[in-house]
Ligand binder design. Structure first.
Ligand code: SAM
Length: 280
């Protein structure tokens, strides 16, 4: 095991923040050490400095991706925290379906902006199916919805696109009736049905990039990702997202995240089961 010197640590954390916005705190030396140790070996380097020089000066795009991949935290689960999905189903979808019915809006565009292995966008798609099942008069919503799911990590997106989950992933908050309705078991794997997967389009996207090409969204899930960003980058991301949203514009953050102090573009609205940020 190589040890990481303070100067190597500073070089690598600057590199990581510059290329994916993840701010590694000054007390997180162990994080870089443990997450990049394997890559130092794999890249045939004798030290963390050699790894840094290789990625910085040899302009090795594959190595850059591998470093970012290693530094991202992909922790996720089905219907995480439940309340965003309950608010979506009971409050937002009826409102949006009525607006579509009254020709005040044409479709429903949802963005899962740090989708990890897919549990978030697929949970959104299942929520829409559940809503349509319970409200046959609003069946059209399934056909009128597009869900864009993006993440910076190509390897996690590969898993998300596969839409195959093992029993450990399934045990993390997947309800048994949804499992029956929306999955087929193939050996040890649970595969999501096409009626759900076809609603979701995956794309690699770094939140540092220009969002103009992504289009406009009615609902954005930016959950459990801004927590890793610096104050300045949080402000930048919230503002860029606000510019991509249609009114009224609903933004969901993670349960431990807040927009207060970072953006004037949104205000918190209280719902029975939690709150959602609306465009101001
Ligand atoms: C902890 S997961 C959150 C997944 C999901 N939103 C949830 O709440 O369960 C954070 C995800 O953010 C992604 N991520 C980190 N930095 C990013 C960036 N600059 N642009 C896009 N995605 C990023 C990571 O690859 C990771 O999959």
């Amino acid at each position: 095991m190589f040890t990481l010197s303070v100067s190597e640590y500073d070089l690598l954390r600057e590199f990581i923040e510059a290329h994916c916005g993840i701010a590694v705190g000054s007390d997180k030396q162990y994080l870089i050490e443990t997450r990049l140790a394997k890559l130092v070996l794999e890249a045939g380097c004798g030290s963390y400095l050699e790894l840094y020089n290789k990625v910085k000066y040899a302009e090795d795009p594959q190595l850059k991706i591998k470093i970012i991949d290693a530094m991202t935290t992909n922790e996720t689960l089905w219907f995480r925290d439940d309340s965003p999905y309950q608010i979506l189903e009971t409050s937002l979808l009826p409102e949006i379906a009525n607006r579509i019915q009254n020709n005040q809006q044409h479709q429903l565009s949802i963005w899962s902006a740090a989708c990890s292995s897919g549990q978030e966008p697929y949970s959104i798609a299942m929520t829409i199916h559940e809503y349509c099942r319970k409200h046959p008069e609003h069946q059209f919503l399934k056909e009128k919805t597009r869900i864009l799911a993006t993440d910076i990590s190509p390897s996690i997106l590969m898993l998300a696109r596969l839409a195959r989950y093992d029993s450990i992933a399934m045990s993390r908050n997947m309800k048994s009736d949804y499992q029956e309705r929306y999955f087929k078991q193939q050996g040890n794997a649970f595969v999501i049905n096409p009626e759900i997967t076809q609603m979701v389009k995956f794309q690699q996207f770094n939140l540092q990039n220009d969002m103009g090409m992504l289009g406009h969204f009615d609902v954005v899930f930016l959950r459990n990702v801004a927590i890793y960003f610096s104050v300045d980058f949080k402000k930048e991301v919230f503002h860029k997202i606000a510019m991509q949203m249609n009114r009224p514009g609903y933004l969901f953050l993670g349960a431990s995240e807040t927009i207060n102090g970072y953006s004037q573009d949104f205000a918190a609205h209280q719902y029975e089961r939690g709150y959602v940020y609306h465009l101001t």
